[in-house]
Design a protein around this ligand. Structure first.
Ligand code: RB5
Length: 143
């Protein structure tokens, strides 16, 4: 499975850790940057990852900024993206099961690395339930 990953400067170190963990687990990773802790604009990297996901080059996207908020907002502006902030383990399962989230966002300045790594695994291994959630998902897409 191919995963696209990206961050701004605040999320850079966390992105590198997540990237290495994904590679270790056998995923192929497309790193959309940024490539250092030099100040940069998170919407650029949100869009780069989102475009990989909507084009089908990557199955899922993982993004990080300081709070997880700005980069998530930018990703959700790309049609076809459903990105949630994984602030809790059960929520991480639910955004796959109920919302069919195809991107996940983390706040490097507010989350523990061990929590992030665990939630990435939860996200990538949880299936969308479909059923009553399918129409709601379609309503998001057609908003
Ligand atoms: C960068 O300082 C910070 O604003 C950014 O990483 C993010 O938290 C925005 O939502």
């Amino acid at each position: 499975m191919i995963i696209a990953i990206g961050s701004d400067h605040a999320g850079f170190e966390l992105k590198e850790i997540v990237k290495n963990a994904l590679v270790e687990d056998g995923y192929e990773v497309i790193d959309c940057g940024t490539n250092s802790t030099a100040s940069c604009d998170y919407p650029v990297y949100a869009r780069a990852v989102a475009n990989k996901v909507v084009s089908g080059e990557a199955r899922f996207g993982v993004i990080c900024c300081g709070t997880g908020e700005g980069i998530m907002m930018a990703a959700n502006k790309v049609k076809g993206i459903r990105c949630g902030i994984a602030y809790e383990d059960e929520v991480t399962s639910l955004i796959r099961q109920h919302n069919d989230a195809n991107m996940i966002s983390f706040g490097a300045r507010f989350m523990k690395t061990e929590d992030v790594l665990r939630r990435v695994k939860i996200f990538l291994t949880t299936e969308f339930e479909g059923g009553r959630h399918e129409n709601r998902k379609n309503l998001i897409e057609n908003a």
